[in-house]
Design a protein around this ligand. Structure first.
Ligand SMILES: Cc1cc2nc3c(=O)[nH]c(=O)nc-3n(C[C@H](O)[C@H](O)[C@H](O)COP(=O)(O)OP(=O)(O)OC[C@H]3O[C@@H](n4cnc5c(N)ncnc54)[C@H](O)[C@@H]3O)c2cc1C
Length: 429
């Protein structure tokens, strides 16, 4: 059976749609938010709650981007390893950044509770599995390192005890972090959109921002649905950042990530595969990530570095099926019913960046770690916009680098080389 290229999560909720295209754009607002994902909606909710007149301008439909396509893993930590973060930015900065990641999961939990969002959020914990014996050896130091440097508990699982965590013989051990959570991303972004609207924000689908110009203290924004003026702008366009914000586009590398969802499995099989319903990912550069939802195995990774299109999605279905069966031979006869892709945003230093340049605020570079972080940064950047202290934000303490030698104009010509490089690293490390 050929899997459907529909996004499975979209079948589980009524995503916001064309209803957001019927209201005219306001002539003027205090803040225009570009992008209707977690960053934009969380910011809009916070701003509207503070009495700010805010409009969300979304090129497609609300929640259309990575925010309704992801794995739903609501994770502690940063994409970049914390040892590297300490080396680059110092111990104090690293501690503040890690603390933000803890608060980001708390923020999601609080919003889900306050806004009564039915998205299955729970603290399932995450499991980082060791793909090679050397990776497991490396995990051994992590327990002490995390306790000593970050006052954070992670637990080592030896290979012989793995069955209590995962029904697979593919790994050499694992690390468990009980603080992480999981949710249904499409249900969550839909709930966040309703919450932003309830707070007083206006949401506008099919309102792609084509250009913006600053005249004096105002921005004059041209969208597909006509003009709008704003005092400030917040950009939350992640991997879909385009020409309208060219300077930011040159700092963000769009990378495709792809997911398959199996048919609904029996209770017994689902339990055997993941008895604690963990959010699972492995220790490779070209990593696999997977989890259960409603007894379906949701299995993803970076099969093709290029962003999603019909071909990369179809190829991913075959690649991920093969990878999934390598991890779980029990799934060799399971039908793959859905396959889809989405685009992640990587900064050249693999860090998330917030800040303000020429009156334009931004929060970008989540590197596949944005469910909790985009929610949190949307909220805290919105607060900083109001308080005038964005420069003090922990994620604004380091430069947002462009490409080395400026060799990037927004078209990621180097991705095949980066993909090959990651494959080499996986082979040797
Ligand atoms: C397949 C996949 C799996 C992932 N899995 C996980 C996971 O398990 N855990 C995790 O933490 N993170 C994961 N991520 C990352 C996470 O989904 C993102 O970091 C997060 O959703 C980013 O939210 P955002 O609001 O910044 O951007 P998005 O949700 O991508 O929204 C950006 C929006 O901006 C709009 N836009 C772009 N240009 C314009 C314009 N000119 N005018 C108006 N609108 C514009 C786009 O249409 C888009 O809807 C995954 C991502 C993908 C793609």
């Amino acid at each position: 059976m050929t899997p459907s290229q529909q996004i499975y999560w979209h079948t589980t909720t009524h995503m916001p749609g064309e209803e957001n295209t019927s209201t005219p754009l306001p002539e003027k607002v205090d803040v225009a938010v570009i992008g209707g994902g977690y960053t934009g909606l969380s910011a809009a909710r916070t701003l509207a709650k503070r009495g700010v007149n805010v409009a969300v301008l979304e090129a497609e439909t609300i929640g259309w981007g990575a925010s309704s396509r992801n794995g739903g893993m609501t994770l502690t930590g940063l994409k970049l390893g914390l040892q590297t973060v300490i080396k680059r930015y110092g111990r104090d900065n690293a501690r503040r950044l890690f603390q933000c990641s803890i608060e980001s999961v708390d923020t999601v939990e609080q919003i889900v509770k306050d806004e009564n969002i039915d998205c299955g959020f729970a603290r399932y914990g995450h499991l980082l599995t060791a793909s090679k014996p050397a990776h497991y050896e490396g995990f051994k130091g992590e327990v002490d390192f995390m306790a000593k440097e970050f006052n954070h508990a992670v637990r080592l699982i030896s290979q012989k005890d793995l069955k209590s965590e995962i029904g697979s013989d593919a790994y050499h051990g694992a690390l468990v972090d009980e603080v992480s959570g999981g949710l249904n991303p499409a249900q969550y972004v839909t709930g966040l959109a309703h919450a932003a609207e309830k707070a007083g924000a206006t949401l506008h689908a099919r309102a792609r921002v084509n250009s913006l110009e600053r005249r004096g203290k105002r921005f004059f924004i041209q969208t597909e649905r006509g003009p709008i003026q704003a005092e400030s702008i917040l950009v939350g366009t992640s991997g879909y950042t385009g020409n309208a914000t060219k300077k930011l586009q040159k700092k963000v590398i769009p990378i495709g990530s792809f997911i398959i969802a199996t048919e609904r499995l029996s209770d017994e099989l689902a339990y055997q595969l993941s008895p604690k319903n963990r959010m699972i990912f492995d220790s490779m550069h070209y990593l696999n990530y997977f989890r259960l939802w409603d007894n379906r195995m949701i299995f993803g990774g970076r099969a093709a570095f290029f962003p999603e299109n019909k071909n990369t999605i179809a190829r991913s279905a075959e690649i991920w099926r093969r990878e999934m069966v390598e991890v779980y031979p029990q799934l060799k006869d399971a039908n793959v019913e859905y396959v889809w892709g989405g685009t992640l945003d990587f900064a050249f230093d693999m860090m998330t960046h917030v800040g303000e340049a020429d009156g334009i605020y931004y929060s970008l570079g989540y590197a596949g770690h944005g469910v909790a972080m985009a929610t949190y940064l949307g909220k805290t950047v919105a607060d900083a916009m109001m308080n005038g202290n964005i420069k003090e934000h922990p994620f604004a303490q380091f430069d947002f680098p462009g490409a080395p030698l400026g060799l990037y104009n927004g078209y990621p010509w180097f991705l095949p080389f980066a993909g090959a490089w990651h494959k080499i690293l996986d082979w040797v490390e």
